[in-house]
Design a protein around this ligand. Structure first.
Ligand SMILES: Nc1ncnc2c1ncn2[C@@H]1O[C@H](COP(=O)(O)OP(=O)(O)OP(=O)(O)O)[C@@H](O)[C@H]1O
Length: 592
């Protein structure tokens, strides 16, 4: 049959477009079984975690050693006095005796013949992980004689670096220890000056440091390793990777292998370059490159003060004999997260030394893993957290948000959106809504009930972000509308509500979002506004972590939101004008 000659088909009668096919949501592969982990040589301690009851607390004793930790008198006074910490939280009761056992003698700075075990810690949001490493680091380093860089804490964002710095500064008062940060917030030259000073000796083979403790983001750390003369990690006694799962999944210019090799000066980038030069028969170029390598900050020689790295490679020029006892690195690696991955590949990349895995979680279901529960997706939530969801048509979401704002009498809430742009728009919409509502109700009572909201996202300059955060902490702003920027780690006291205006992309994001409330044993409420078409993916995310049943569904009656409709219409129109024509035009139109 001649196809071309076939009569054109009659146009199909107009009918509503068929609904889009629903695609199955992506499924995660099954987690590796204990047998597979064993075959992969993952340490038994990592497979077989030490479970700690989240409700466990131990009173901090006045007498040194009575609470099972080696915290000295100064530390106890600081905790119980100015810092207002009366008892150890669960994670601290497990980590402190391990890193700082009660003992009559102060902890040794290095122990190359009996290197300390590395520690991986998984504990819920707001459970006090920061103090569990700040206290032992300060207690161990406070007896040092010479300032060397002995503790490095890595965190994913500047904001978190600032927060952890405050905790260190607060606890170490009176020890003489110095803390520095490297995040890129200040100029590189300024940071170099803070880290190694202006006058680094011409041949500073042992490395030089003005700070005992450095808190940094990985990218900036790598910049200093490459280009700051005299900057060395060879004296490190502690390497802390906080928010470890996030840092380990992001490459940040391959920070991990660079940091691990920088613990040993003979493996530093510059030393490798020098080795290469030594094999180079062209003398002139060799000298030139050698100078460049030195200028780049690399160190060829180890410092006698740094047994931390002194291991099987031996000292340059030294021939090991049979009677020599083998030394190992003394740098103890500490990993922390509320959602710590136990992915064998990632853990393997850290070259952990006989790691201990501590998990603060409910021990009610100890066989869950054996029954096929995905341990990668098994999270523990703060005990004082209540969770709710409202299913809503997309067009009603703002109305439900206004309902939550006014019926829950919110005084301190974080509201998460899917993007920075969405946060900016929603903050404006709520601001306009509040103005329209106060205008329509009139009177002082309405004004007093006005909820002040602000956007808080990476769109704001760091100074502006700090200002908004201060206003929020003082109670001048009742709700921050944000992207996931502050979902991790940020500790804002007394956040009473977390609202996911847009549902989170995965379970980890959900855990970190809702973890901004119910911190340090306080009560907290989390709400998710789930659009009708998002119910299936949301349910699937929550169910994969066996968490769906914990979220109470709340139905909101139409009568509860009908008063909000008129001011919402006004706010919508203002928002349209605001973004279409800019702020000036919008103002004059409204004024007219
Ligand atoms: N023993 C304690 N007693 C009272 N408050 C504590 C104690 N330990 C920590 N806190 C407080 O609890 C809050 C949460 O601690 P922290 O920020 O270390 O939590 P986190 O476990 O790191 O949470 P996230 O996973 O969200 O980062 C902080 O304000 C901290 O000062």
């Amino acid at each position: 049959m001649d196809v071309d000659a076939a009569p054109a088909a009659a146009p199909a009668p107009a009918s509503p477009p068929a609904a889009l096919l629903r695609l199955p949501s992506a499924t995660r592969p099954a987690p590796p079984s204990a047998a597979v982990l064993s075959a992969l040589n993952v340490h038994a301690q990592v497979r077989d975690k030490q479970v700690v009851d989240p409700l466990r607390k131990v009173r901090i004793s006045e007498e040194v050693g009575q609470d099972g930790t080696g915290v000295g008198e100064r530390g106890r006074k600081r905790l119980r006095g100015e810092m207002g910490v009366e008892e150890w939280f669960a994670v601290q009761t497990a980590v402190l005796p391990l890193l700082l056992p009660a003992s009559a003698t102060p902890p040794a700075l290095y122990s190359p013949f009996n290197p300390p075990r590395d520690v991986c810690v998984s504990a819920p949001t707001g459970s006090g992980k920061t103090l569990s490493y700040v206290v032992p680091i300060v207690e161990t380093l406070q007896h040092r004689v010479v300032t060397r860089l002995r503790a490095l804490v890595l965190l994913p964002t500047r904001d978190l670096v600032g927060q952890v710095r405050e905790t260190f500064e607060s606890y170490l008062k009176g020890t003489g220890l110095k803390v520095g940060v490297a995040t890129g917030q200040h100029s590189f030259a300024h940071e170099q000056n803070v880290l190694v000073g202006e006058s680094v000796a011409a041949d500073c083979q042992g490395g030089s440091s003005q700070v005992d403790i450095l808190i940094a983001t990985p990218g900036r750390l790598i910049d200093h390793l490459k280009a700051t003369r005299g900057f060395s990690l060879q004296h490190l006694r502690f390497l802390v990777v906080d928010e470890a799962d996030r840092l380990l999944t992001q490459s940040f210019h391959d920070w991990l292998p660079t940091v691990l090799s920088a613990l040993k000066p003979s493996f530093s980038a510059a030393a490798l370059a020098e080795k290469e030069n030594d094999a180079d028969p062209t003398g002139g170029r060799r000298r030139e490159r050698k100078t460049k390598a030195r200028a780049a900050g690399g160190l060829k020689e180890a410092d006698a003060l740094a047994p931390a790295w002194w291991d099987a490679e031996g000292k340059p020029g030294r021939v090991a004999s049979d009677v020599d006892e083998r030394c190992h690195g003394s740098c103890q690696k500490l990993l922390f997260s509320a959602t710590l991955s136990r992915d064998p590949a990632k853990i393997d990349a850290l070259h952990l030394h006989r790691p201990v895995y501590i998990s603060v979680e409910d021990a009610l279901d100890p066989h869950a893993e054996d029954e096929g529960v995905d341990h990668e997706l098994k999270f523990t939530f703060p005990a004082e957290l209540s969770e709710h969801m409202i299913i809503s048509p997309a067009s009603h979401k703002p109305l439900y948000l206004f309902h939550l704002l006014h019926t829950l009498s919110i005084s301190s809430a974080l509201c998460f959106t899917k993007s920075v742009e969405a946060a900016t728009r929603l903050a404006k919409l709520v601001e306009f809504f509040e103005e329209a509502r106060v205008a329509s109700l009139g009177g002082e009572a309405a004004e007093a009930k006005r909820v002040v909201v602000k956007a808080y996202s990476s769109e704001l300059a760091p100074g502006e972000r700090n200002k908004v955060l201060r206003e929020f902490k003082k109670g001048e702003v009742q709700m921050l509308i944000c992207s996931d920027l502050i979902a991790r780690g940020i500790d804002i006291p007394n956040v009473s509500h977390v609202i996911s205006y847009d549902i989170p992309a995965d379970m980890r994001k959900y855990v970190h979002r809702v973890g901004r409330t119910a911190r340090a044993g306080n009560k907290g409420d989390a709400w998710s506004l789930v659009e009708e078409q998002e119910v299936a993916p949301f349910k699937s995310i929550m169910s994969s972590a066996q968490h769906y049943a914990k979220i109470g569904r709340v139905r909101v009656k139409d009568s509860a939101i009908e008063d909000f409709v008129a001011p919402y219409q006004v706010a919508l129109e203002r928002l349209r004008l605001f973004f279409a024509t800019g702020r000036e035009r919008e103002r004059s139109t409204v004024a007219a």
